[in-house]
Each structure stands twice: as C-alpha cells, then as structure tokens.
Ligand binder design. Structure first.
Ligand SMILES: [Zn+2]
Ligand SMILES: [Zn+2]
Ligand SMILES: [Zn+2]
Length: 199
C-alpha cells in the first residue's frame, strides 16, 4: 500500500496524486502561493532593472501598480509577465524591457490608455458625488489633464455589486446613485494595492 505523500512546504496537506502522478512536491494551495511569490520576485527584479519607480511621477510604493508599457506598438511585443526568468534576468527579458517604460497604473491611464477626451458627464457626477479625490491617497483627478481616467469606483462589499458604473447612462444617475453610495473612490494605484493579496 502506498503512503500518502505530504506537502514539502506546509507538511499538513497531502500532495494531489492526480497531478503529475503525484510528483509535484506541494499541495495545490502551496503550489499556488509559491507560484505567485515566484512571479512577484521576478517582477521585482524587472522593476529594479527599470529604475524602481514610475518614469512619470516617481510612484514606487506598490509593485502591483507598476507596469511595463511598450513604447511602440508591435506584433512582436511580448508581455513581460509572460516571460518568467529566474535571477539574473535572461537576455530575452532584458530585450523586452528595453522596449518599455516603467509606469504606475495612474500614469498608464493618464498618459497612454486614457483617450485624452474629457470624462463623461455621468462619470463627473459620480466623482463629484464621492468628493472627487482618492479616499486613500487624496489624488485629485481635476489637477491632471486626463486624470479622470485613473479614477475607479471600489465596492466596499463586492457581493453588493449590481452594475458597472462606467457603462451606465447619465439619464440613470438617480438609479445608480445607490450603487455609487456603496463605493469609495480610489485612484488606479490605490485600487491595485487594495486588491494585492498578502501571501
Ligand atoms: Zn502545502
Ligand atoms: Zn506614475
Ligand atoms: Zn490613491
């Protein structure tokens, strides 16, 4: 009779014998945690290589809110996150990074993704309803051209989310104000930080 093999990391959960015929040394939970930790470690090395902070505003307080953005669009561009390399970074990763700028998520929206158009009337009303500034860092979208594109509505209780505020129509403001009241206003950087799991 074969013995149950225990996880090499936590020692408390059994290894799933259905995965790689039981040759993976970790339980599913530890495998996930270790994979995320490995990816984060890799991302940290990439961020360090790129100077450690947002090229536009110097933001550096949460790696979840830092992005490698390709300056020029090309079919040959690869997502840096898809090219895992243990340290030291492979030449493939370094080559990809040389085509990128390091940008925080706020700056990504403001300088690259935001269409440069002024925000919709509805979005302005919703932003005004919640006081215009990020509830965590006080970032005020009105001070930056295109700043509204970096403002997000964070549901305090995700299970209460009934509609996507960004897709609603201005005529329905009265109806969606209930939804808005369930949210706090966060800038994209603080929003990423909010959802960044501690391992
Ligand atoms: Zn385990
Ligand atoms: Zn920035
Ligand atoms: Zn913020």
């Amino acid at each position: 009779m074969s013995e149950t093999k225990m996880c090499a990391n936590c020692g408390t959960n059994p290894v799933d014998i259905n995965v790689f015929k039981g040759r993976r040394p970790y339980c599913a939970e530890c495998h996930n945690t270790l994979t995320i930790a490995k990816q984060r470690e890799y991302k940290k090395h990439c961020i360090d290589h790129m100077g450690g902070s947002c090229d536009h505003c110097g933001f550096n307080s949460c790696q979840a809110a830092l992005n490698f953005h390709h300056v020029l669009k090309s079919e040959n561009n690869k997502k840096v996150s898809s090219l895992y390399s243990p340290y030291p970074l492979s030449s493939k990763v370094l080559g990809e990074l040389s085509k990128c700028v390091l940008t925080c998520t706020n700056c990504l929206y403001i300088h690259y993704r935001g269409s440069g158009k002024p925000p919709s009337e509805l979005k302005v009303r919703c932003l005004a309803h919640l006081g215009h500034v990020c509830s965590k860092c006080s970032f005020d979208w009105r001070a930056t051209s295109g700043g509204s594109s970096a403002m997000q509505f964070h549901h305090l209780d995700a299970s209460m989310k009934r509609l996507n505020i960004g897709r609603a129509k201005v005529e329905h403001f009265a109806r969606i104000v209930d939804e808005v009241d369930q949210c706090v206003l966060l800038c994209a950087n603080c929003h990423s930080e909010e959802h960044y799991k501690t391992l």
